[in-house]
Design a protein around this ligand. Structure first.
Ligand SMILES: Nc1ncnc2[nH]cnc12
Ligand SMILES: [Mn+2]
Length: 572
């Protein structure tokens, strides 16, 4: 887009003049060496920039504005190929301020979390916000709102509503098509969306899908996938032509398992993504920079790691204007001390240094989705076991969003079976909170090691109802009702007292506070959960994913227990 007051050809003439050295460049980065992701060479020399575009590399240039990057290594800005910015628990503007300085210059987001609460209003919020951040946020249109028919979301998005946004300048295509059973069983609603986006970019989500079912899913037009949790699963999807996104989120941590798949041969077909990563993990470990550091520490080629982090994603999503430090490309540049350490001294997004002045200059937009918790008040007796006996037990796998197969059941002798903490069991409940039907489902879960109290969350993928896990019914009721009072968020309660809480007043998903404040509160929340005996590293996100019926094997929504492998509700 040319600068105001200048015609596009004037802008191009300006680039040519500066690229030739006929006119001084707007800006020059001097003294560093550029990693060339195509040849693998390190290219010494100036990098000349004209407004938002690189116009020269590997030569000497003049400019009135020179940034000394002596001894640094320059790499193309990183592209997060798939994430839900809502999972960062802060607004896109705070996410921008938290993550751009780490080298992430493009984020390809799927706002299905907020779309499940607010519908089109949520999508439009991200489309509007994405044009106002320092980093370049692009939006994939949320394909599965709700993710299945086995949950109650706050809104539904059909093919017509999505197709109407298809050509929005900030939209890149159709977001992760999570209802993979609906695709392979040719559900009419799924086919309608696939037809509407025929030939466009369609992201995938098909955990454990393989063989002919995977063939069919890909043949439907799906191009990428990020749910692979083993190298074998990733390799099958690569073999079949998918772009595979290696993921390291706050719960879905697949980097170590998939690292062996990345080499200089496969790098063009691999991207990096975070999916769901909160400010505490970003602060403690990092973001895509953490993924690159870890891949290199695991022995993977730096060239392969940096290529997956930028050029491969640019090519996968048709972003031809970026992914290389080369003439004509967006000036998205991370200036690093070393490739191995991947710590940015300076980050440039479209020719702008991602610094406090740039973040302060943004024209932000007001939040949406206030007072989004419309759940009915609950009482202790609501958590009694209403279901049949024996009761299926959901088995949590620490650090994974996949749960155990349905292997364990326990006899429920009365309508008020209290979970036996000594047996490692806890009660779980999901309560509809969008004011749709007031539904509630209860179950048993193993893996939280709660000795007492309860933890609750309105971040509850993907329908974002209220999820509460506890060892005491009164505390579970307090947790659920407190979430309504604070407009949603995370709570830890015990003995009738709220021990810690993080309000997420934007749709019950995002805080209006700074990412630094959210980080501090998450530390308090985790400590409070640990004081109840919880051993999981990330209990709130782990709880959030127990409600997602498109991730195997046994889950619970507001409508009941879901056998994901059979893709059906279990009669309770
Ligand atoms: N937020 C999310 N929604 C749906 N599927 C996911 N898999 C991992 N994160 C997810
Ligand atoms: Mn996702």
């Amino acid at each position: 887009m040319s600068a105001p007051g200048m015609s596009a050809s004037g802008d191009i003439a300006r680039r040519i003049a500066q690229g030739r050295g006929d006119a001084p460049a707007d800006l020059v980065l001097r003294g560093g060496a550029t990693l060339d992701l195509v040849t693998g060479e390190m290219i010494a020399g100036d990098v000349a920039i004209c407004r938002e575009t690189i116009v020269g590399v590997g030569e000497d240039y003049e400019s009135d504005r020179v940034i000394d990057v002596q001894g640094a290594v320059l790499v193309p800005g990183f592209i997060d190929a798939h994430l839900h910015i809502e999972s960062s628990l802060v607004t896109p503007f705070e996410f921008d301020r938290c993550v751009a300085p780490r080298g992430v210059t493009t984020a390809i987001c799927d706002p299905h979390e907020i779309a499940n609460v607010l519908g089109l209003e949520g999508l439009r919020y991200f489309l509007d916000a994405s044009a106002r951040t320092v980093m370049d946020i692009r939006v994939m249109l949320s394909s599965c709102v709700p993710s299945t028919t086995m949950e109650t979301s706050g809104a539904e998005l059909g093919a017509e509503a999505l197709a109407a946004l298809m050509d929005h300048p900030r939209a890149l295509g159709l977001a992760e098509f999570m209802n993979y059973p609906g695709v392979i069983h040719r559900d009419p609603g799924c086919l309608e969306k696939l037809e509407a986006f025929r030939g466009r970019h369609i992201d995938g989500h098909a955990p454990l899908l393989s063989g002919r079912d995977l063939n069919a899913y890909i043949a439907a037009g799906v191009r990428t996938e990020h749910e692979a949790t083993t190298a074998a699963e990733a390799r099958e999807k690569l073999r079949k032509g998918m772009r595979v996104l290696i993921r390291e989120g706050s719960v879905s941590k697949d980097l170590h398992a998939l690292a062996e798949v990345l080499d200089e041969r496969t790098a063009p077909y691999l991207c990096l993504c975070t999916d769901d990563r909160n400010p505490l993990d970003i602060g403690e470990e990092g973001h895509l920079d953490h993924m690159i550091r870890t891949l290199i520490a695991l022995g993977r080629s730096p060239l392969a790691a940096y290529r997956a982090a930028s050029l491969s994603a640019a090519e996968a999503f048709g972003l031809k204007d970026r992914g290389l430090i080369a003439p004509g490309r967006r000036a998205d540049i991370a200036v690093l001390d070393t490739l191995e350490d991947c710590r940015a001294r300076l980050v440039m997004c479209g020719g702008r240094v991602a610094d406090d002045a740039a973040f302060a200059a943004r024209e932000t937009i007001p939040p949406v989705g206030r007072a989004s918790v419309k759940a009915r008040p609950v009482a202790a007796e609501d958590f009694r076991w209403p279901g049949a006996s024996p009761a299926p037990v959901i088995g949590v796998i620490p650090g994974k969003i996949i749960t155990e197969h349905l292997t364990e059941t326990v006899a429920v002798t009365d309508g008020d079976r209290r979970p036996d903490p000594e047996a490692g069991l806890a009660r779980i409940a999901v309560i509809e909170r969008h004011g749709r039907n007031g539904g509630m489902a209860c179950g048993l879960v193993r893996g939280f090691d709660l000795r007492g109290g309860a933890i609750g969350s309105t971040l509850c993928h993907d329908h974002h109802n209220i999820a509460v896990v506890g060892a005491d019914y009164a505390d579970m009721a307090l947790a659920a009702n407190r979430l309504g009072e604070i407009e949603g968020g995370f709570v830890v309660v015990a003995g009738g007292v709220v021990l810690a809480e993080l309000p997420l007043p934007m749709a019950g998903l995002m805080s209006l506070a700074s990412f630094e404040e959210v980080r501090e509160t998450l530390i308090d929340l985790r400590a409070a959960a640990r004081s109840l005996g919880v051993t999981l590293a990330e209990p709130f996100l782990q709880l959030a994913f127990l409600a997602l019926p498109v991730i195997p094997h046994l889950k619970i929504t507001d409508r009941g227990l879901v056998d994901v492998d059979r893709f059906a509700l279990i009669d309770g």
